[in-house]
Design a protein around this ligand. Structure first.
Ligand SMILES: [Zn+2]
Length: 382
């Protein structure tokens, strides 16, 4: 195979496209590939696919993948055909998406690189502007979002999401039933709900049955104001998360004087059956102590039982737990109990409807690059 044939294959060229010239300029350190078609060639109309003659052409250049260390450019005549039925129509070039100055291979490389590093780093490495990298990313994320049908989100979950490295807070909206991310919005105030709906006009707020969240007042007021027909629920995952937060505050206070509590955050957070042998031993030792954290752990264990009870026992059990917790003399637990008292209806509704948003942790872990990409696109400051 000659070099023209090889490059035709590499660029996936089909008749009538042909490589006309490959030029390597040693001084300029670049490779230029010119592609063309013979006079009298016909191209399919992009609408009806009927073969039609060329009407006019415009010279254009696309940046392609480097050949070894040399930046490579593709030159060709972009063309319009004259269809007998549809008139003048621009034909898509097989190696590039419409309107882009980069070849598809080049864009694919940029998208892949952005999975591993921020767009600015990619732009510096490749030697193109970071605006161009953003444009490519935006194009592919928009394409992906077009394919995603988010019109039927009946049970979204809402969670705070912090990008600690950048000290930026964001709100993650996800689809609990289909376990996927729908949207990420910068900030965590109640107006994130408004912006979420404005940017996703296909979502009908009236079609949203339940919204699952923690008991953050700004989330609650946001949902009440902007999705007033939905019911707010606080499911197992969120209630236990709040319990763990209270537990951790107590642990940190006591860890100053009790070395045994250092580094035990996850030992106290995780389900005991998921702990390693070493962590299990540690938990056993902590439980023997007469510390507030030991009592708080007790409260957590008894709260956990709520989700394994038969439905008719749930209301009584929860009311008893709350009243017991309010007398705990631990301000963190009392605060949690008061909050649960105020939002008891939402906790019970989550149990009744079987909603559980535990998937959100998995979503954050499974799909970090996508989250990163969406964050970059929707929250440019990050
Ligand atoms: Zn046509």
């Amino acid at each position: 195979m000659d070099s023209e044939g090889l490059f035709s294959k590499l660029l996936c060229l089909e008749e009538p496209w042909k490589i006309k010239e490959i030029r390597f300029d040693h001084n300029e350190k670049r490779v230029d590939i010119t592609i063309d078609f013979p006079r009298g060639s016909k191209f399919p109309c992009p609408v009806c696919h009927e073969s039609a003659g060329v009407h006019d052409t415009t010279e254009r250049t696309w940046r392609h993948l480097n050949i070894f260390q040399y930046p490579t450019y593709v030159h060709a005549r972009e063309l319009r055909i004259l269809c007998s039925e549809h008139g003048k129509k621009t034909v898509d070039m097989p190696w590039a998406s419409r309107g882009s100055g980069f070849s598809l291979h080049f864009e694919a490389m940029i998208v892949e690189m952005c999975r591993e590093m921020p767009p600015l780093a990619v732009s510096r490495m490749i030697g193109i502007s970071d605006d161009s990298v953003w444009r490519i990313l935006r194009h592919y994320v928009e394409e992906a979002r077009k394919e995603q049908d988010i019109s039927d989100i009946s049970v979204p979950g809402v969670d705070e999401f912090s990008v600690e490295k950048h000290h930026v807070y964001a709100t993650l909206f996800y689809d609990i039933r289909n376990s996927r991310i729908i949207h990420i919005e910068e900030g965590k105030e109640s107006e994130v709900f408004l912006r979420f709906l404005q940017k996703n006009p296909f979502i009908d707020p009236k079609g949203i049955e339940h919204v699952s969240m923690d008991m953050d007042p700004s989330f609650i007021s946001g949902a009440e104001k902007y999705i007033p027909d939905s019911q707010i629920v606080f499911d197992h995952f969120h209630v236990i998360k709040m319990m763990n937060d209270a537990l951790d505050k107590i642990r940190r206070k006591e860890a100053r004087e009790n070395v045994i509590l250092k580094g035990t955050r996850y030992t106290l957070f995780m389900n005991p059956d998921k702990l390693s042998e070493k962590q299990k031993e540690k938990l056993k030792d902590i439980r023997k102590l007469d510390l507030q954290v030991t009592h708080a752990y007790h409260f957590k264990e008894s709260l956990q039982r709520l989700w394994s009870l038969r439905n008719e026992m749930v209301v009584d059990y929860l009311a008893k737990w709350i009243s017991w917790a309010r007398r705990s003399r631990m301000p963190e637990i009392i605060r949690l109990a008061k909050s649960m008292w105020r939002h008891m209806e939402g906790i019970l509704e989550a149990i009744r409807s079987g909603i559980s948003s535990g998937i959100v942790e998995g979503l954050k872990k499974q799909d970090p690059y996508r989250i990163q990409a969406v964050l970059w696109l929707q929250c440019p400051r990050i």
